[in-house]
Design a protein around this ligand. Sequence first.
Ligand code: SF4
Ligand code: SF4
Length: 373
Amino acid sequence: MLSKKIYPAVYLLLIAIFLSLPILALAREQQETRLAAARESEGELGQQSTESKNQEIGPGAGKGQGQRQGLRQGQGQQRPANQQPLPTQNFFRFLFSSKLITMLVIGLVALVLLLTGKMDNRTRIPFLVVATFLYGVSANLGLKLFSGFSMHPSPICAITKPLLYGLRTPMLATLAVILFLTIIGPKLFCSYVCPVGAIQELIAMLADKLKIRRRKPSFRLSQTVRVLIFLAFIAFSWTAIIHTIYQGQVRALSLYDYINAFEGFKWNLQPTLLDNLFHFLPLILTLAFAFFTYRPYCYYVCPVGLFTNVLEQVAIFRVVKKKDGCNDCQVCVDRSPCPAVAEILKDAVLVPDCFSCTVCTRGCPRSQLKFGR
Ligand code: SF4
Ligand code: SF4
């Protein structure tokens, strides 16, 4: 039982990571502020030397100076992107934004309902519809009420972009929410908040109503594919095999930019057919496959799924087997859509992703499974 003895250490490590996120964000903000100030003062010095040169030129210089001043004012309104001062963004402003705070509230309400046994399919549907609408659809409507719910940064960007471009405050705040909701409950972020997860879950319910037979994902296969995609992302990014040339510099592109189902929730049409294909196809394929297998994007592709699967092994609350009452009839395994239940019954160290669907806890004829510690 060595594996269980290391749990406190893992908890401490995760708490340390969680607490370090705001510190990292603050350090980043300070660095950005210093950089912006340095750029400002460099710009002012440059202006002063230009002005002194103009004064030396003599009559007629005033006109040119006026023109340049006008030009500078114009530049102040619309500077090129590379001269923009970096934004000093506040970690807690992002953390307490309407999007992230509602995510936390929804996740916590879901946890209470799971722990008190009040979560079932009828209760879940409103959660899933709200998550799909609020975090997937609403920002497209152009209403002020939903202006704070834009997709950026998507969960995938929050996990992968820091590896490409360094730690940025919106990514850190989103990561903190994903981390918190995964640690306290059974993948609460993926189960009740993520729009791609929610819409796959709704399609699974529809497929059941239509009596379409769904296959359970094979965890060995799905985990292998998910890990390989992540390793390919690292290899392509760090060697810049997939790249773009921006302002004369080679910039690595993320492999996930080409398979990001979250992008499909942005309804803006792209300039070319190929761009539209990259933009919408991952979500369309995800929706199509979700009729035939459980949460295909989460199990096979999503790096957040991979990340939260590691974390859920040490989550405080999850599906647990009660002691000594299970007669190993396997009814819960047969009824469940996921590959996790069989491993939970075996008390395995590495359990496949559980999305708190409650099928197994409600499906056990002897009520031997429950959400608990
Ligand atoms: S695994 Fe990815 S797509 Fe699935 S629910 Fe989690 S964040 Fe969303
Ligand atoms: S059937 Fe049980 S183990 Fe599988 S996802 Fe649903 S709640 Fe989790």
